[in-house]
Design a protein around this ligand. Structure first.
Ligand SMILES: [Zn+2]
Length: 246
């Protein structure tokens, strides 16, 4: 991953943070423009998110593929979508995550999270899904849900999560669930990952991440289909998303 094309963009990060004298009100203006979910949140949560973003990149190193554009916006919306996931828990602005990679087409998957330290994201997807709410899909939310889970051990830990997983597995055959199939077919790239036929791609860990995406992108439908799980998510994330997005 640290191929010769990959450059750390710490100068961009520090120029963005300090050169522009970024503060809460500038951050608010950026997020109003570039993050659809943000516009729906009550003011007190918007403030929490802005503060989280302003602290997010301390002690992190960010790398970007040369083809990655709109880097300032990308920095803002990655941190703010991570804030949706981690601001209500003791993640200390996801301090455990030390390396973030913004990728172009150099990943065989849209993104991934490794342990609690590394997140890799396809930049274009992050920007697109932040600008417009895409029901069922939010890559940044998905990967940081994995980090939160790795930190706190949430997946499969409550009755609603376990029952939700059973319900979800039961619905998979009909492909008619509010929660996306957590197995996304991989692109046919030379670096494509090959899974053995019996690899278990439908796990409680993946379920937690895709259900979290549903919570932030079409919460009302999640609340209808998985009311107990929805209530768990309200307490995990400290946000009543169905109330804000409808
Ligand atoms: Zn995943």
């Amino acid at each position: 991953m640290k191929g010769r094309n990959f450059k750390d963009i710490q100068d961009t990060v520090s120029h963005w943070m300090h050169g522009q004298g970024l503060d809460r009100s500038r951050m608010h203006a950026t997020l109003v423009q570039s993050m659809a979910v943000y516009r729906h949140l009550p003011g007190k949560y918007q403030q929490v998110i802005c503060d989280f973003v302003l602290r997010f990149y301390r002690h992190k190193t960010v790398f970007a593929h040369p083809a990655v554009k709109h880097r300032d916006t990308l920095l803002a919306i990655t941190a703010s979508n991570a804030a949706l996931v981690g601001a209500a828990q003791q993640t200390n602005c996801f301090a455990s995550v030390q390396w973030i990679y913004f990728c172009a087409k150099d990943l065989p998957v849209e993104g991934d999270a490794q342990n609690t330290t590394t997140v890799r994201l396809r930049a274009k997807t992050c920007l697109k899904e932040s600008r417009v709410i895409t029901p069922g899909s939010n890559l940044v939310v998905h990967e940081f849900a994995h980090i939160l889970d790795a930190l706190l051990g949430i997946s499969g830990s409550t009755a609603a999560l376990r029952d939700g997983f059973d319900q979800y597995m039961g619905n998979l055959a009909s492909a008619d669930d509010v929660i996306a199939d957590c197995f996304t077919p991989l692109e046919d790239t030379p670096h494509g990952i090959e899974f053995t036929e019996d690899a278990d791609l439908h796990t409680e860990v993946e379920f937690f991440a895709v259900a979290t995406e549903a919570f932030f992108t079409h919460p009302y439908r999640l609340k209808e289909s998985y009311p107990a799980l929805y209530r768990d998510f309200v307490s995990i994330y400290g946000l009543d998303m169905a109330d804000y997005l409808g």
